[in-house]
Design a protein around this ligand. Sequence first.
Ligand SMILES: C[S@@+](CC[C@H](N)C(=O)[O-])C[C@H]1O[C@@H](n2cnc3c(N)ncnc32)[C@H](O)[C@@H]1O
Length: 274
Amino acid sequence: MTSAWRSAVKSALPRPVREAVVRRRADARRAREHVELYGANRDIDLEPLALLRDAPLEDLRDPERLAELLPRLGLNDEADETWPEALRPSLGRGLLHWQYPVQFAPYLAELSKHGIGNYLEIGTRHGGTFAITVEYLRRFGTIDWAVGLDLMPAPGLARYAAQHREVEHVTADSRSATFRKIVEQRAPIDLALIDGDHSEIGCRADFELLAPHARILAFHDIANEMVPGVGAVWREIRDGMADRYTCLEFIDQYPDVHARTGQGLLGLGLAIRR
Ligand SMILES: C[S@@+](CC[C@H](N)C(=O)[O-])C[C@H]1O[C@@H](n2cnc3c(N)ncnc32)[C@H](O)[C@@H]1O
């Protein structure tokens, strides 16, 4: 098709269709740029999820026992210097989830007390944290729906979604109209984890979109000095919105990593609507 034809066809389309095409192209361009920068999302092995399905409930409620189980599900191997020596055998395997077990275990144990029936995660990467959270919460009640979002497709989560009717993985930008519509259609949201755009502007935009619709907001990287924008938004909520939210932090560090990097890393925060 010549460019003259292309613009003639384009101008004949109704405005909402033209805008949707422009949005989809912008999302696709952003995804391509992201793949070039960070590498595509990798496939994950979903088999270790059976460990969560089979574990006694008292082990899942106990942060110490859960922190021993989580590495067996398989950890992410990006940012090599940020992992403690003791966890090295678990890196690059299984679900590739990007969480410190000393933080993720007490976070999940806290969530088990809140009657959560649906879950949304912005920034799933390969999908480990998303699938683990869904399987964990399912041990404590029914999960009506779960939506994971990332700029890039996640092959492991596509398979996981194919196995579970109530699970959906969406490839889009959290600041797109596509995602805004999903949030509005799915609301009310019991739990939403923000772990996508780690800039202060991006994290705040995700919070502002979700805050009117979510009962519990979770933030990843609140203690991560490599991405200070997330901590800045978290402190605004924790210190400035105490009338609206009860805030809990899961920020324990591994001493050998701290000695090596001199930094606080990762860190989960929960803002629970009062
Ligand atoms: C640190 S990783 C998430 C790790 C994952 N939650 C885990 O715990 O295993 C951040 C992810 O956010 C995605 N991301 C960044 N900006 C985004 C945006 N605006 N909308 C959706 N996803 C975004 C990236 O593609 C990347 O996969």
